[in-house]
Design a protein around this ligand. Sequence first.
Ligand code: HEM
Length: 488
Amino acid sequence: MSTLEVLLIALVCFIIVYALVLRRSHKNLPPGPRSLPIVGNLFDFPGSKHVYKDFLEYREKYGDVVRLSFGPSRDFILVFGHKAIHKGLIEQGNDFKFRPTNLYLINKLFHGKGVLFGNGEIHQKLRKFTLDTLKSFGLGKKILEERIQDEARILADELKSYGGQPRDIRKTLKKAVANIISGIVYGSRFDYGDPDFLLLIKNIEAIFTTIAGHLPENFWPFLAFLPSSKTRLVLDAAGDMAKYARRRIKEHRETFNPKNIRDFVDLYLKAEGQENEEVVNEENMFRDIIDLSIAGTESTATALAWAVLYLMTNPDVQDKCQKEIIENVGSGRAVSRSDKEKLQYLDATIKETLRLASIVPLAVPHTVLKDTQFEGYTIPKDSTIIFHVNSVLTDPNIWKNPDKFQPERFLTEEGKKTKKELFVPFSLGLRSCPGKPLATTELFLFLGNLLQRFTFKIPPGCPTPSVERVHTGLTCQPHPYQVCAVPN
Ligand code: HEM
């Protein structure tokens, strides 16, 4: 026998033994496509721009709970539909409330800490501390409303300077949203041309539109070193963001005055030494700032970009929103939060945008810390679990004509709000989005104030822009589009 033959036989034996010895002993795993020894379902993972859609095909074949694997011991579970998602995140919320710490790329970025990827008691306390701090410096306060109204004015002036000419305004919208988070966290806004600001936005975009639980690099670290991997780009972006955050924290320490609390960082500094040291410390403050900047900018800015696209492609909806604003607010003062009860159609338009665009189509990965019984199956300990939020938002059994943009679906004949429990763009349960009140307030005030001053139109002579969703990283983005913001 030649050496090559011996090697080949040894390799085949190794694969068989490896597959048999290390094969999961679990019975009753959720169904899914057949997996190969060692590589698991690596080649079944969609590499397309519609990963969330490709996952839906597995639902059709295998049901509401599907298992794929990335080799032995790396189970990847998809959960679809309102019933199963509600069961996992609410009824069994305590089992599924954890984030995985065994995903290579995500771990390199978040280190299993902070509000986004932390776990356990410290995470619970940190999340509560973050929510309380956000409340004291923003949510529900006049100061936040005024900040958003001011930013909406600056944004409107910027749009006006485009003279109604066709422009891709998505970056401009992002700057306005990024300034709100910056105001809450650091107490100051940036000029739209500030190089530090442009770099910050570029870095946030690089991270948010790349990372995802389903990236093969998370399971096969060697893939991160291939030239085609975006790992280097993301890690460099995170490094830049870290440097910037550390600099701002240092500046705050040097100018800190406990009698003049300016922002989120100051509140943290004030709590140091007074609150539980495990929760309030420099490292957690740093991670919190990074998490809020990443999670709070790209998602809301993307929602705003979708809203403009849907309004320009549905002029009748835009017209109804504007009539409602003129009748109830007029043009002499800014739209404020207290107008929300009267501006029901605008509110429904925002909800419909969040539903149809499905900004974050797959929740941030969850995990279970022990083998867990769920919907008749065993979910193995340490699985990566993806709750497919989009499967609820576009379910034809819940929403008639789910692919149509119809704000009316959120209004009954009496104009009352409906379908509350089935509307899940911010996910559900103990890890649901803590930024929901901030995001919805921003969307309402930015859109209300922009529609008061502008009509968004398709540039003359141009075809109707595509409303196809491009799934990149954590978000569904629209294709780049040009719009004319024509002053009213
Ligand atoms: C339209 C805007 C937004 C959408 C659609 C959105 C959606 C989501 C979704 C689907 C999750 C995953 C929940 C899960 O894993 O079950 C999430 C988590 C999170 N979001 Fe948002 N979000 C938005 C805005 C914001 C804002 C403005 C902030 C910050 C101020 C924020 C901060 C976070 C954080 C910190 C988490 C992780 C929470 C945890 O793990 O405990 N988000 N978001």
